[in-house]
Design a protein around this ligand. Structure first.
Ligand code: NDP
Length: 249
């Protein structure tokens, strides 16, 4: 059972895994968890101080030394992402896993009134940057023995919901992207694309979306880590094109 996957300190031994949005919320906990499982994590995010705090925590625990990759996915160009891929190649030669976790919520407003600038920002961070970064990193993933790309969706990525605007549309595009990448690489045994829907999880984003909710009724990022680790392990090398729901109703 993926949601109960029993991981250990060697589950991701010697793997190199890039996590976007690694400074806070689910991405922070995923980065720490991957490091605790033996991976060298590349911490990508927009707030340097938060990335440094995660870096320090990993160092203090005596885990494999991570790297910090400051990047604002809203502003970053394709050329900058390719440059980043070049730097990673020089330093590490390949990449075993990518967790596309960074996202923004945008506005919770009817589309009729949705601010087009916010719409573009949400689509850039949640969808366009995900595509551009994936394309930039595919050569490095192909260089791995078994490359795993994990995208992050949401319940509104499977089913459109009123007032969820660009966020819902961006996540639907992400689910579509997983399916297309999977179909286009079906003959490649060494590369796989999957998606996680974390479900309601205790983070800043969730608190913004549901301000009246008691956060202590929610699962924590730690609770949902089994699926996040599993998809990065070699045990999951045959798992392709799946959307894993961490908290099915
Ligand atoms: P948070 O808002 O807590 O964390 C998001 C992270 O992404 C932050 O570290 C943030 O950086 C980073 N980020 C945002 N914009 C950018 C950018 N332009 N460039 C680089 N990094 C950026 O969100 P969650 O942890 O809750 O969400 C993680 C993922 O899970 C998202 O994809 C979200 O859509 C999805 N999800 C979450 C659910 C939940 O209940 N929490 C439910 C369903 C899906 P900074 O710290 O600098 O702001």
């Amino acid at each position: 059972e993926i949601r109960k996957f029993d991981y250990s300190k060697d589950s991701l031994k010697d793997k190199i895994i890039l996590v976007t949005g690694a400074g806070d919320g689910i991405g922070k906990v995923a980065a720490l968890t991957y490091a605790k499982c033996g991976a060298t994590v590349l911490l990508l995010g927009r707030t340097q101080s938060k990335l440094e705090a995660v870096y320090d925590e990993i160092e203090e625990l005596g885990l494999p030394t991570p790297a910090i990759l400051p990047m604002d996915l809203e502003k970053a160009s394709f050329a900058q992402m390719q440059e980043l891929a070049g730097l990673i190649e020089k330093e590490f030669g390949h990449i075993d896993g990518v967790l596309h976790n960074a996202a923004i919520l945008g506005a919770l407003t009817p589309l009729e009134m949705y601010d087009p600038i916010t719409f573009e920002q949400v689509m850039k961070v949640n969808t366009t940057a995900v595509f551009m970064l994936t394309q930039s990193l595919i050569p490095l993933l192909r260089a791995a023995q078994s490359g795993s790309v994990v995208f992050t969706s949401s319940s509104v990525g499977a089913k459109p919901r009123a007032f969820w605007g660009a966020y819902a549309l961006s996540k639907q595009a992400v689910e579509g992207m997983v399916s297309i990448f999977t179909q286009e690489t079906q003959n490649m045994t060494a590369l796989r694309f999957n998606c996680i829907n974390p479900g309601a999880t205790r983070t800043n984003m969730r608190a913004h979306a549901f301000p009246g909710e008691d956060p202590y009724t929610l699962k924590t990022p730690e609770d949902i880590m089994p699926a996040y680790v599993y998809l990065m392990t070699d045990e999951a090398s045959g798992v392709k094109g799946q959307v894993i729901d961490c908290q099915p109703k």
